[in-house]
Design a protein around this ligand. Structure first.
Ligand SMILES: *[C@@H]1O[C@H](CO)[C@@H](O)[C@H](O)[C@H]1NC(C)=O
Ligand SMILES: *[C@@H]1O[C@H](CO)[C@@H](O)[C@H](O)[C@H]1NC(C)=O
Length: 241
């Protein structure tokens, strides 16, 4: 068999090929543009995942860096301790007067740091309460990642969190709450809508609409403005029957 004959280089032919390939190159560039935009906007308007987390491991390391910061831990234990407990006690008393939280409720605080929120729950009479955080703080807070809660399905009557902005996977964060809440159970979130949260945040929320979408197995109960340590909005959901 005869090998294909190589033609001598022709400038005309080269230019023609170039022109012919332009539509194809344009098509290719559009394709990759479309793919990039759909993956980065992660399909939930009003909720943006911050870039820069190359893996779950990097994310956990950064979160641990805040949780383990000795200066912050000292502040949480001292200056912040009573102040936070007082504020949370008043939030939980409001929820009790609305019958969203009861003394008999089995309650979970997600991202509980050193346990101020759990202590406040106990002080308002919710004795069966526990917290989870990446770093345990016994006896109030056990070790647990909110993307994979260390509890069985339908364990709690009430779950509270003010660390939604730390969730790298908001759908998992909410999915785990809905999994571990009993039917009829209440979830209360404190989030930042009008201001940007801290540098450890993994997402930014621009309205409560994305939350309503994420809570697939729950009904929206109510929303109100609060003044909660940089977080300005309290949203309540109830797991559907
Ligand atoms: C963790 O925080 C310390 C300061 O507390 C900083 O020096 C260090 O670089 C941080 N490490 C990572 C992995 O971010
Ligand atoms: C709930 O607990 C608080 C604090 O221990 C107590 O003052 C209150 O009477 C209890 N409420 C009910 C309805 O038992």
């Amino acid at each position: 068999m005869k090998a294909t004959q190589t033609k001598p280089f022709s400038p005309k032919c080269f230019i023609a090929t170039l022109f012919l390939s332009i539509p194809f190159l344009f098509f290719l560039s559009q394709q990759s543009f479309t793919t990039t935009t759909t993956t980065t906007s992660n399909a939930t308007p009003g909720l943006k995942i911050r870039p820069g987390y190359t893996s779950y491991d990097t994310y956990i390391k950064k979160q641990l860096n805040k949780t383990l910061n000795p200066k912050l831990r000292e502040l949480w234990k001292t200056r912040d301790w009573d102040r936070k407990i007082n504020v949370f006690t008043s939030f939980y008393n409001d929820l009790k007067s609305e019958k969203l939280l009861k003394n008999e409720s089995k309650a979970l605080s997600i991202g509980a740091r050193m346990g101020q929120e759990v202590e406040a729950l106990k002080r308002v009479g919710v004795s069966d309460s526990i917290g989870i955080d990446l770093v345990p703080s016994p006896p109030l807070v056990m070790k647990g990642d909110f993307h994979h809660q260390p509890f069985d399905d339908e364990t709690f009557d009430f779950e509270f969190s003010n660390v939604f902005d730390h969730a790298l996977y908001p759908d998992k964060f909410v999915g785990e709450i809905e999994r571990t809440l009993k039917v009829g159970g209440i979830c209360v979130l404190h989030v930042a809508i009008s201001r940007r949260s801290d540098k450890y945040s993994a997402n930014d929320l621009y309205s409560i609409e994305p939350l309503k979408k994420l809570f697939k197995r729950s009904e929206f109960v109510r929303v109100r403005k609060v003044d909660g340590f940089g977080l300005d909005t309290e949203v309540v959901f109830r797991k559907k029957r």
